[in-house]
Ligand binder design. Structure first.
Ligand SMILES: Nc1ncnc2c1ncn2[C@@H]1O[C@H](COP(=O)(O)OP(=O)(O)OP(=O)(O)O)[C@@H](O)[C@H]1O
Length: 197
């Protein structure tokens, strides 16, 4: 079972983002509670990934405040799984760090359709499988707030459907999703956060 969202909350209040000497955005405010989702869209380099890194606490806002309640997990193109280990074992390491057990790893693998290759070393995964492995890691961590950076990249149609179903289940349990994507993710009712060139 996924963690219940409980009182999960993620809110930006008048946030500005400075990278190098460039102001990417300012005055950004939004609030997400249990079951909510927001979808960040916009051209390359406008600050979508930077916003997610701020939400994760990896990048400080130049102005404004970010409020978080609940556990947070970020999935981007770096899955951070040990390339030499079998997939299931590599996921088990991170599940342990997140205070989860083998059942969470099994649920993560199942959600991305990789249960049959749990014994395959991470270095042998295809591009799309590696991407799905990163999502399995996120799912197995059972965090309340999911930050997803282009989660549909490299995924085939069946995997995109699974991702949509997994996101819907997470929200139904009170989880929160903040995603950046150039492609539709099935988050049609999500709050839009649009960046412009
Ligand atoms: N460490 C850094 N130092 C300075 N500038 C950076 C740094 N990291 C990213 N940037 C710049 O910040 C800007 C926004 O980058 P970001 O990755 O947030 O964009 P994005 O909207 O996610 O783009 P894409 O659609 O290509 O993924 C870019 O111009 C990028 O070069």
């Amino acid at each position: 079972m996924m963690a219940a969202g409980g009182d999960a909350r993620l809110a930006f209040d008048g946030v500005a983002c400075l990278r190098g000497h460039r102001l990417l955005f300012e005055g950004l405010s939004f609030a997400l509670g249990p079951g909510d989702a927001a979808l960040i869209t916009g051209p390359n380099g406008t600050g979508k990934s930077s916003l997610l890194r701020m939400a994760a606490g990896l990048l400080a806002p130049a102005a404004g405040a970010i409020h978080r309640e609940g556990t947070i997990a970020l999935a981007d193109e770096r899955h951070a799984l040990d390339p030499l280990k079998p997939l299931g074992e590599a996921l088990g390491f991170w599940a342990g760090v997140d205070g989860q057990g083998r059942d969470a790893v099994a649920a993560g693998l199942d959600a991305v359709g990789l249960g049959a290759i749990a014994e395959v070393p991470v270095r042998m995964l295809s591009t799309g499988q590696a991407r799905r492995a990163g999502l399995a890691r996120l799912i197995a961590g059972r965090a309340h707030i999911w930050l997803l950076d282009e989660p549909g990249n490299g995924l085939d149609a069946a995997s995109l459907d699974r991702l949509a179903a997994t996101m819907a289940a997470h929200r139904a349990q009170g989880g929160i999703i903040l995603a950046a994507s150039h492609q539709p993710l099935g988050l049609d009712d999500a709050q839009p956060i649009r960046f412009r060139a």
